[in-house]
Design a protein around this ligand. Structure first.
Ligand code: URA
Ligand code: CA
Length: 433
């Protein structure tokens, strides 16, 4: 087989066989196929697309390019959730204990975040003592006995995707549905998921800026999952404004605790119930989404979800009493209000730019080497559609520096107040097959 023939075939709109796709992925991963040929093929795929069989083959070839996590020692159907990323996205912190409280095993491998706030592990480390440095045996035992545990990312997962994604980034080929869908799905499958729930975000804070693109991506991923034997469902949700109120690590842990207690922000609560229902159905703990939602609401109302969160923190060395007293989380030295300069209705909160404002305070990493300040961040006091009077606070800044003029300016530049505005619809589409 020759790479040049594979490139030409795709350039002319042909269908690549499984063998051809495996030849490319194996050769590219081990360095036998050069970047220039891989970029030519990526560009051909960008223009000619891939059919369902090709997408499934590409996904599995990338899965097989490196280590695969074996979760077979864990009982039950392991359902993983993936979000295409957003600002102040606290869902994993809430979802993990919530579905675990219903017996769905959550065996989470997670990383540190490069973004506006930290990743799930960074957020959890805001709890004194909590750590993810546990052995695989301990991880398996914890999930079997307690239904939830988080371990740091280890091993050499999907090296083909790492290399190809980096190449796409500099060759104008990131924005291709088959390439994005196979990239995301390969990582979830290599991490051991039996079933997958996808939260595809749309709007200013999201990777997919329009509903049409988000839906095309979601359907592509659901198709791949089901074609390779992993039941997959998806939702498309709004990320035109940040989710919930909190953007920042300790602040998001606090928000997660409030949500597990049934006192969280409306949007975060709704998102968690929607995604959680899919996880519970895929995990075999309810027959349909409505029945699953009722069960989730029950474990919030009776306190079992919150107790599961405490249990989870304690099992991994954390101080479980934060659940009763959130003032035990890291606290910022200064809280500074950002008063509205005019009255009206909040009509826009530009999610990604508000995320940047939080990062300026130190809540996120600009480079892998940066350290995060777990205490700092923003707490929105208003969301799109809320009435506001001049002088009323729009946002509370939690800072460890006194001068936050830069952060305030960023916030003023990215929150609009108009005469009228409606709250955006949170859940745009639910895809179950
Ligand atoms: N996220 C991924 O993991 N892969 C892509 O190709 C795009 C976004
Ligand atoms: Ca939030």
């Amino acid at each position: 087989m020759r790479m040049v023939d594979i490139i030409a075939k795709k350039r002319d709109g042909g269908e690549l066989s499984q063998e051809e796709i495996e030849f490319f992925i194996t050769g590219y991963t081990n360095g036998e196929i050069p970047d220039y040929q891989a970029s030519a093929l990526a560009m051909a795929i960008y223009f000619q697309d891939m059919n369902d069989d090709e997408r499934a083959s590409l996904t599995m070839a990338m899965v097989e390019s490196g280590d695969q996590i074996d979760l077979s020692a864990i009982d039950g159907i392991k359902v993983d959730k993936h979000s295409t990323g957003g600002v102040g996205d606290t869902t994993t912190l809430v979802l993990a204990p919530l579905v675990a409280a219903l017996g769905v095993p959550v065996a989470k491998m997670s990383g540190r975040g490069l973004g506006h706030t930290g990743g799930t592990i960074d957020k959890l480390e805001a709890v004194e003592g909590f750590h993810v440095e546990i052995t695989e045996d301990e991880f398996t035992r914890l999930v079997n006995e307690h239904k939830v545990a988080v371990i740091g990312q280890s091993g050499n997962l999907t090296p083909a995707d790492k290399k190809l994604y980096a190449l796409r980034d500099v060759t104008g080929t990131v924005n291709s549905i088959p390439l994005i869908a196979s990239s995301i799905m390969s990582k979830k499958i290599a991490a051991g998921a039996d079933a997958i729930v996808l939260d595809v975000k749309t709007g200013a804070g999201a990777f997919m800026k329009t509903d049409e693109d988000a839906e095309r991506l979601a359907r592509a991923m659901v198709k791949i999952g089901n074609n390779v034997g992993r039941r997959t469902m998806a939702i498309i949700s709004d990320m035109s404004q940040p989710l919930g109120f909190a953007i920042g690590n300790a602040l998001e842990v606090q928000e997660a605790i409030e949500t597990l207690r049934g006192e969280g922000p409306e949007d975060l609560t709704e998102l968690v119930l929607t995604l959680g229902s899919q996880m519970v159905v895929l995990g075999g703990k309810a027959d349909n989404l409505d029945a699953a939602r009722v069960k989730l609401q029950q474990v919030i109302a009776n306190g079992a979800a919150l107790e599961k969160f405490r249990d989870f923190l304690v099992n991994q060395g954390g101080d479980g009493s934060v659940v009763d007293d959130v003032s035990k989380l890291p606290q910022a030295a200064y809280t500074i209000e950002v008063p509205a300069q005019a009255g009206g209705v909040v009509s826009r909160i530009v999610a990604d730019e508000i995320g940047v404002a939080s990062m300026l305070l130190g809540a996120g990493r600009a480079t892998k080497e940066d350290t995060i300040d777990l205490a700092v961040g923003l707490m929105l006091r208003k969301k799109v559609g809320d009435k506001v009077e001049a002088g009323e606070s729009l946002v509370t800044i939690y800072a460890n520096r006194e001068d936050v003029a830069d952060v305030k300016q960023k916030i003023y530049d990215n929150i609009e107040i108009s005469a009228h505005a409606d709250a955006p619809t949170l859940i745009h589409t639910i895809i179950t097959e």
